[in-house]
Design a protein around this ligand. Structure first.
Ligand code: NAI
Length: 665
């Protein structure tokens, strides 16, 4: 075998062992499929071969590489669903899959096309396609029900979850669990060869007689629950396994697969998955902090500390007095209790997390921490004082992170004698739940500090996106323009309720005015005053704040609370209003135009990063991929034409399409 081939061969007695060699996870890229096809064919033609075993290294196979779908490579010959599975079906000799690590998606489908499967005790298998906007497309919907029955197949495919080897064996999905799966697979293959058996899942009927009815009900439930198109398409294909002959079921699966792949939702889901993976990655290997200090036991400090506890990292919560720090630690403990009560956390997990938490007064307690995260009041003087103090007490290698949402990280770093150790880690509220962290790369921030922040965010299960220093970083800067357009729409005669309803109908998690009331209108108002900003667009919001109507916290804002009904005391401009579509385009394209400026200013590294920030941090509908992805689908020519129309209609200078956008059209 020439070195570097994506499939290596070995021979044990009369059995040929084919080992996939496409690290790290053996994706079934075209060269792998081609080599596998060639080796299977060669083994089948060689009269001295009694059976074949297909194995991986550490990982059997994580399936197709999503990036290949948009490039068309995933469907290049030999295809997994067609030629490769077809060859396995028609081999003269039996084939056995030896599963180590993961067999996911196409990886499991490959194993299902073999005569039998042997798995190591630590292996996991599953068909996660529907969680990625996809559906199984290489026989998973036809062979899995024949292996495990319709009910389990429906559950596994619709949930996209993986099961361990023991469960897979109980279900009959794998034939044997063995510590040395290759050796066991070879023995299994020899037994089949000796007995002259060559079992194929395709020959089995779907075992459950009520199968079709079961799938119908599952499909109706999924439609009612508004499950993603991938789930609906996949279930339709599973249903076919109960009613159609195998080959017709396969053909239907592939038709549905191709139709699904072309839907905007599936495209957006692939884009989001790949963007998430492409987002912040450390460029070097950094040590995970052995202990962390969180300064400020308020809303954010509590959430951040909880995220660290969940990741198993000892955390000290620090505030200025005993009462505050105890209140913070108490709130974390009752949140953990609450999770136990809801059945989301096992009592021993709660105890383990709780044991990792300590609470202390004063910054001296941050002395031993490898990473300090500051989450005190959003006030520059207070933060400067905290960083001066941290500079004095923290160990020489400690990384010092600020959770500031709007202050200049470079100025904060300047309060220390070691600005290279300072980095921004902008968490979102509630910090133990929200998946986004903007990692702010200051002018002096060292690679080690930046990489530590990125690696830590990943360790917490978050998606880090790197931003350079600038007002509002990536997310708040872009989202501010969205909010500004929403307020500006009032001048056209739209009401807050109309705007909110239009944006929610478009897919945003909340309407912009509901967001402003939740955050507090006074926050941005104070910031505008501090900057001495006089932007007429914000006039209605300023007027609201002058009346003390800050939002939820004052019981009145754009809406009345707790009812949440429109604030009828508001004096709003008269006007004809706008159609819902135009309302949505104004607000969404405002983000696109600002995104272009954020890119041009070098604040964000890529449009993917921008889309990740806005979808993960600001309630942008995932099914639309992100503002940039949305605009790209709309077409840049149309986007800039609409922006020019908005410029004419509103006279708002903002609507000059950003030069970076011009480059796209
Ligand atoms: P908060 O007011 O709830 O908590 C701040 C805490 O810091 C208080 O417990 C206070 O006693 C403590 N503190 C003040 N000075 C201190 C000092 N010198 N030493 C130790 N503790 C001190 O504020 P919140 O909302 O948690 O915000 C904290 C930071 O997080 C701010 O920079 C804010 O901009 C940022 N942030 C807030 C978000 C939010 O949604 N609330 C979202 C993202 C960032």
């Amino acid at each position: 075998m020439p070195t570097g081939s994506p499939v290596s061969t070995d021979r044990i007695g009369d059995v040929v062992v084919l080992i996939l060699q496409n690290p790290p996870v053996n994706t079934l890229a075209q060269p792998v499929r081609e080599a596998l096809y060639r080796e299977l064919e060669a083994a089948d033609l060689d009269g001295s071969v009694a059976a074949v075993v297909i194995a991986g290294g550490k990982q059997f196979s994580a399936g197709a590489d999503l990036a290949e779908f948009d490039s068309g490579q995933a469907l290049a010959h030999p295809t997994l669903h067609g030629e490769l599975a077809g060859l396995l079906d028609s081999l003269r000799v039996p084939s056995v899959a030896a599963i180590t690590g993961v067999a996911l998606g196409g990886g499991l489908e490959l194993a299902l096309a073999c005569s039998a499967r042997v798995a190591s005790p630590t292996a996991t298998v599953g068909l996660p396609e529907t969680t990625l906007g996809f559906m199984p497309g290489a026989g998973g919907t036809q062979r899995l029900p024949r292996a495990v029955g319709i009910e389990r197949a429906v559950n596994l495919i619709a949930s996209g979850r993986s099961i361990d080897a023991t469960t897979a064996a109980e279900w009959g999905l794998v034939d044997e669990v063995a510590d040395d799966p290759i050796a066991a697979a070879v023995r299994h293959a020899e037994r089949l060869a000796t007995a002259g058996e060559r079992p194929r899942l395709r020959d089995l009927p779907v075992s459950d007689s009520a199968a079709a009815a079961f799938v119908d009900i599952a499909l109706r439930d999924a439609r009612r629950a508004r499950r993603a198109p991938g789930v609906l398409f996949a279930l339709e294909a599973v249903g076919a396994s109960a009613t159609l002959p195998f080959d017709e079921g396969m053909a239907l699966e592939f038709t549905l697969f191709e139709r699904l792949a072309r839907t905007p939702e599936a495209k957006a889901a692939r884009y989001r998955f790949l963007s998430d993976r492409a987002g912040g990655k450390p460029s070097t290997t950094v040590a995970m902090p052995a202990s962390v200090a969180v300064v400020g036991a308020g809303t954010m400090g509590r959430g951040i500390a909880q995220a660290f506890l969940a990741a198993g990292i000892p955390t000290t919560l620090i505030d200025t007095d005993r009462g505050r720090v105890d209140a913070g630690a108490g709130a974390i403990r009752s949140s953990l209790d609450d999770s136990v009560a809801r059945g989301r956390l096992a009592p021993d997990q709660r105890d383990a997390r709780s044991a990792l938490l300590s609470a202390a007064v004063g910054l001296d307690s941050a002395a031993g921490a490898d990473l300090v995260i500051e989450a005190v009041f959003e006030n520059l003087a207070v933060k400067l004082e905290v960083f001066r103090e941290l500079d004095r007490v923290a160990g020489p290698d400690a990384v010092l992170a600020s959770n500031t949402s709007s202050l200049d990280v470079d100025v904060i770093a300047g309060a220390t004698s070691r600005p290279g150790s300072v980095v921004g880690m902008h968490f979102f509220s509630p910090a133990h739940i929200m998946k986004l962290v903007e990692v702010v790369d200051g002018a002096a921030t060292t690679t080690r500090s930046l990489d530590t922040a990125i690696a830590v965010a990943r360790k917490l299960g978050k998606t880090p996106v790197v931003s350079r220093v600038g007002p509002g970083f990536i997310g708040n800067r872009i989202f501010d323009q969205y909010l500004r357009q929403a307020v500006l729409l009032l001048q056209s005669g739209c009401t807050p309720l109309q705007v909110d309803e239009a944006m929610q109908a478009w897919g945003m998690a909340m309407g912009p005015f509901a967001v402003l009331d939740l955050v507090g209108n006074d926050v941005a108002w104070a910031a505008r005053k501090e900057r001495g900003e006089t932007d007429a667009a914000w006039a209605p919001a300023d007027a609201l704040c002058e009346l003390g109507w800050f939002g939820r916290k004052t019981g009145k804002g754009w809406y009345d609370y707790p009812a949440g009904s429109p604030n009828t005391d508001l004096a709003l401009p008269d006007g004809p209003g706008l159609a819902a579509d135009d309302i949505a385009l104004r607000c969404i394209l405002a983000m696109v135009n600002e995104a272009a400026a954020v890119l041009a200013d070098g604040i964000a590294a890529s449009t993917r990063d921008i889309d990740t920030v806005i979808t993960k941090g600001y309630g942008f509908p995932g099914a639309r991929g992100g503002p940039w992805f949305f605009a790209e689908q709309l077409g840049w020519g149309r986007v800039t034409a609409i922006m020019r129309r908005f410029a004419e209609e509103t006279g708002d200078a903002f609507w000059q399409p950003s030069t970076a956008l011009g480059a796209q059209s």
